[in-house]
Structures are given as structure tokens and as C-alpha cells.
Design a protein around this ligand. Structure first.
Ligand SMILES: Cc1cc2nc3c(=O)[nH]c(=O)nc-3n(C[C@H](O)[C@H](O)[C@H](O)COP(=O)(O)OP(=O)(O)OC[C@H]3O[C@@H](n4cnc5c(N)ncnc54)[C@H](O)[C@@H]3O)c2cc1C
Length: 301
């Protein structure tokens, strides 16, 4: 079989794995999406940078993905390369600071912090993404948010072909927003500044958060978590509930009966089912409340 130039690069690049025609429905928590031309899994930071550098230089369309828990892939698939960070999962601790590579599971980071007697990451327990995805999204829950504990992140800038670091304030964090949404850089790792705490107390708090999630969220169905951002001064799920939209269904996509902020895949939902449902919800809320609620889930076409 004749290899394309891209495949030859992947073959020759040390410390990566790649696959052709990757089924994106199996790689995203929504369980929706066609195939990507290639999926690449770098196993070291330098391999990650080399892959991004190559794709940028060759003007090949790419996107970086963590655990795929906040994305909606198109049914048509992705005509490019998806670079998965999930093989970059080192975590280490130095005094009160925990360093993690971009692909480390946010859950594992929370457990690592607890086991190290460090408090501040309890909120992360139950958020099913990676460290890179959490920094990118400024993930948060209950009393915590990435912006409150992030010391710095390391990134690769594909345009300048250069590695760099951003300290907390330079992340321009907002509600589910970070500078990475605008600057196009790829997150390599992050360091979190925590405080010493009692392991049992930390554990109790984490288990409490997890129990609350199990009780309130439709975890038995594929979803991308909350489909919408909070609108200043409102709880979006409450607005959707009050508008009588719980259970609203388009094809296989439904507004969860358990939690109105979640759109779930009841089975066989397509990306257009989800997009149509999201638009319908936004329109109804606009008509009723005069505000346009913003989508949190990211469309990757
Ligand atoms: C059941 C459920 C519950 C959830 N609960 C919460 C919650 O309580 N709080 C919350 O904030 N979120 C929640 N989420 C949403 C989601 O888990 C978070 O947004 C998480 O941070 C996304 O991480 P990820 O690795 O899955 O990112 P992905 O979905 O893989 O990617 C999300 C975005 O980040 C970008 N990205 C990922 N990694 C990198 C990187 N290394 N460099 C540059 N860009 C990158 C991607 O291109 C994409 O645009 C929930 C989701 C589900 C399914």
C-alpha cells in the first residue's frame, strides 16, 4: 500500500500512534460523529509539538481533543487530523503545586491531589475531561473553577512554532472561557497551586460532589454535560425547565427530563438533531425571556 506524505510523516515520527478513518462517535461522550481522516496520539510533549508543527506547516486541517466531553462532531466526520492528548497523562507533585500533562484525566488529577493531602481540586471530581480541556474551557463546578487554582499553563504556538508559558492572569478567564479559544495555541500541560488539607475531609467533599452529580445528572445517557453556558443572573437549566422544554425531542436528541440543562442522546441522535434542538431552545428562551443563551458545547466540523 502506498503511503501518503502525511502517513509517512506519522510513520517516521517517534513517539506517536496514528489510525486512519477514526470513528469519532466512539471518541466523544455524545456518541455522535462520522469519521476523521486520521487520529494521532502523541506520547511525549516533543512529539505533540512536532505533529502540530508539521500539520501547520503543511496547512493540514487539524483539531486537538482531550476526552471529547464538550464537543459535537458532525455526522459528515472531520476532513482532517484529530490530535488526541490522552496518551500525555503524567502527573507529579512538588510541595503544593501539581503539574499535569494536557491529557491527564481531570478526575485522576483530583484523586492525585487528595492522595497528596492537597485541597482545591475537589470540584474537578466527576468532570469527565482532561487537564487540557479543563484549562481551555475554564471548567468548574460547585465552589471551584480552573481559574481559581491554575498557576500556569505551557503551550505550543503553531504560528510561531514556539513553546511558551502563560501565567494565570494572562488566561483572560471568563465563564467557560479562556485565552486559548482565541489564540489558537495548543495546551501542553498545566500547574495548579493548591493548599494543604485533611485527606478525609477532601475525600468527603469529593464523594459528596459525585453523589450530587449522580442524583441530578442523566449520567446514564451520552451527552456533553450542560449544553448551554450560564447567562449572567440566570440559571439556564431553570429557564429551560420553566419554559416547559424538558423532554423536547428532535430525532434521537432530547432535553433531559432529569436535568433541563443537559441534551442527551437517547439513541441514534445525529449532529443535526442536536443542533436543531439547541437552536429551538435558544429561540424559545429568547421569545420568553428576551435573552439569547449561549451554547457551551463546541461544534467541530
Ligand atoms: C456528564 C458530563 C458532566 C460534565 N460536567 C461538567 C462540569 O461540572 N463542569 C464543567 O465545566 N464541564 C463539565 N462537563 C463538560 C466537559 O467535561 C468539560 O468542559 C471538560 O473540561 C472538557 O474536557 P475534554 O478533555 O473532554 O475536552 P474536549 O471535549 O476534548 O475539548 C473541548 C475543547 O477544548 C479544546 N482542547 C482540548 N484539549 C486541548 C488542548 N490540549 N489544547 C488546546 N485545546 C484543547 C478542544 O479543541 C475543544 O474545543 C461535563 C461533561 C459531561 C459529559
Amino acid at each position: 500500500m502506498k503511503l501518503t506524505d502525511t502517513e509517512r510523516f506519522f510513520e517516521e515520527c517517534a513517539n506517536i500512534e496514528y489510525e486512519k478513518d477514526v470513528d469519532l462517535s466512539l471518541r466523544s461522550s455524545f456518541r455522535i460523529g462520522g469519521k476523521a481522516k486520521y487520529g494521532v496520539w502523541p506520547k511525549s510533549e516533543s512529539a505533540f509539538c512536532a505533529v502540530i508543527d508539521y500539520l501547520t506547516e503543511e496547512k493540514i486541517k487539524f483539531t486537538v481533543l482531550g476526552n471529547g466531553t464538550n464537543v459535537l462532531f458532525s455526522d459528515e466526520g472531520y476532513d482532517g487530523v484529530v490530535v488526541f492528548t490522552t496518551s500525555l497523562k503524567k502527573i507529579r507533585c512538588s510541595r503544593n503545586t501539581i503539574y499535569a500533562e494536557a491529557g491527564a484525566a481531570f478526575n485522576n488529577l483530583a484523586a492525585f491531589a487528595r492522595n497528596s493531602g492537597l485541597s482545591g481540586l475537589e470540584f474537578a471530581y466527576g468532570i469527565p475531561g482532561t487537564v487540557g480541556g479543563a484549562v481551555y474551557m475554564n471548567a468548574g463546578a460547585y465552589d471551584g473553577e480552573v481559574s481559581k487554582i491554575l498557576q500556569k499553563s505551557a503551550y505550543f504556538d503553531p504560528v510561531l512554532s514556539k513553546r511558551g508559558e502563560l501565567y494565570n492572569r494572562s488566561h483572560e478567564f471568563g465563564y467557560r472561557e479562556s485565552a486559548y479559544m482565541k489564540n489558537g495555541c495548543v495546551i501542553l500541560s498545566a500547574s495548579f497551586e493548591l493548599v494543604p488539607g485533611d485527606v478525609d475531609e477532601i475525600n468527603t467533599k469529593m464523594e459528596g460532589f459525585l453523589a450530587a452529580r449522580r442524583e441530578k445528572q442523566p449520567l446514564e445517557y451520552p451527552s456533553a454535560g450542560s449544553a448551554f453556558k450560564r447567562y449572567p443572573g440566570y440559571f439556564t437549566a431553570k429557564l429551560i425547565d420553566e419554559a416547559g422544554l424538558k423532554g423536547l425531542t428532535v430525532g434521537g436528541a432530547q432535553v433531559s427530563l432529569k436535568h433541563a440543562g443537559f441534551i442527551i442522546n437517547k439513541g441514534g441522535a445525529t449532529s443535526s438533531d442536536v443542533k436543531t434542538l439547541i437552536k429551538r431552545i435558544q429561540d424559545v428562551i429568547f421569545e420568553k425571556n428576551g435573552i439569547r443563551i449561549e451554547r457551551e458545547v463546541r461544534y467541530i466540523d
